[in-house]
Ligand binder design. Structure first.
Ligand SMILES: Nc1ncnc2c1ncn2[C@@H]1O[C@H](COP(=O)(O)OP(=O)(O)O)[C@@H](O)[C@H]1O
Ligand SMILES: [Mg+2]
Length: 316
């Protein structure tokens, strides 16, 4: 693996900004324990890498790490997927089958997109976490496993609990050790260093020595990166493929204004230079959403007349 000398790394994570240092500190602490970790951060911020790193630094490092995307498993299959099923428990269950909890026994289970799990399943999960044992679907014998759980969500926990997609009791149970993962735009110099690191990695793999153009670096520094590290990595990769020795971003990066502001914890986050009209639209739409479509309340809160609000909404 190529080394970008000025870029610090911790386990699988790269970055030496203050925000990352504070993240590493929390990871170092919690790795020494078996405490349940709840990662809250936007998509592409590295939640899965964090979960893997915590596992690798823990005493369970030699055991399995299993990642499950709760949003990707159909609701009617998730119980059997997590807890397994007994032979004949449903049509097609030809033999006993162990679920992810059993597979991860002794190791770490990473439950990604926990808010996508159906609420009745969240109740079952909570029961399992409290009792430390479960029944396979169609089974009557308690199965006991020793699993370290790490859960993640790219939604604000507060909002998810508020709108009912995450049960509050489960949230408290999971958040023994909550970690907020900083978005890329809060990582200062890491943005450029990560871009250089990803470019070096590609150079290393292909035996090339392409370099960023000055304008490419400026663009990298000034972009808001709503898709975080995943977006940066993909943009660098695409630009690398499309360019010769001088890596340009002109064609490959969406203009700044196309980047949607991020709504998290009730906060809108705009990049400097966002056109006013666009900022206004986002504020109006986000406020309307916040008040569940109540136009009167939205207009009053924003200090505009109901008529103005209607006119704006018609425009949008
Ligand atoms: N700090 C980091 N250093 C290096 N690569 C990173 C970092 N954070 C994220 N990545 C890369 O970005 C992509 C998205 O990371 P991932 O862990 O899947 O994010 P999330 O689960 O939060 O959506 C992956 O390709 C991952 O390897
Ligand atoms: Mg992920």
């Amino acid at each position: 693996m190529p080394s970008e000398k000025s870029l610090k790394h911790y386990g699988l994570l790269y970055g030496g900004s203050q925000a990352m240092e504070s993240l590493y500190l929390q990871m170092a602490r919690v790795s020494l324990t078996d405490a349940t970790v709840l990662l809250e951060g936007e998509s592409g911020t590295g939640k899965e890498l964090i979960a893997q790193t915590v596992h690798q630094l823990s005493l369970r490092a030699n055991q399995k790490f299993i990642a499950v995307n709760c949003g990707a498993i159909p609701a009617h299959l998730i119980e059997a997927a997590l807890f397994g099923h007994e032979k004949g428990s449903f049509t097609g269950a030809a033999k006993q089958h162990a679920g992810y909890f059993e597979h991860a026994s002794g190791g770490t289970l990473f439950l990604d997109e926990i808010t996508e799990m159906a609420v009745d399943m969240q109740v079952k999960l909570l029961r399992v976490l409290e009792s430390g044992s479960f029944l396979r679907v169609g089974g009557s014998t308690e199965v006991q496993v020793n699993v370290r759980l790490i859960a993640a969500t790219n939604r604000s926990l507060q909002t998810a609990v508020h709108d009912g997609s995450l049960r509050q009791d489960l949230m408290y149970r999971l958040a023994v050790f909550p970690i907020r993962v900083p978005p890329l735009r809060e990582r200062g110099n890491d943005i450029e260093l990560l871009a250089q690191y990803f470019l070096q990695e590609l150079n290393h793999q292909a035996g090339t020595c392409k370099k960023f153009s000055k304008s490419a670096l400026d663009k990298i520094k000034n972009h808001g990166w709503p898709g975080n590290v995943r977006e940066l990595k993909n943009v660098v990769h695409r630009a690398y493929i499309l360019s010769n020795d001088n890596v340009m971003l002109e064609e490959t990066m969406a203009p700044q204004s196309a980047a949607k502001p991020i709504l998290m914890n009730g906060m809108l986050n705009f990049s400097v230079g966002t056109p006013l009209a666009e900022a206004q639209r986002e504020i109006i739409l986000a406020t309307l959403q916040h008040f569940s479509g109540n136009k009167r309340l939205t207009a009053a809160t924003l200090g505009i007349s109901l008529k103005t609000l209607y006119n704006r909404l018609k425009e949008y």
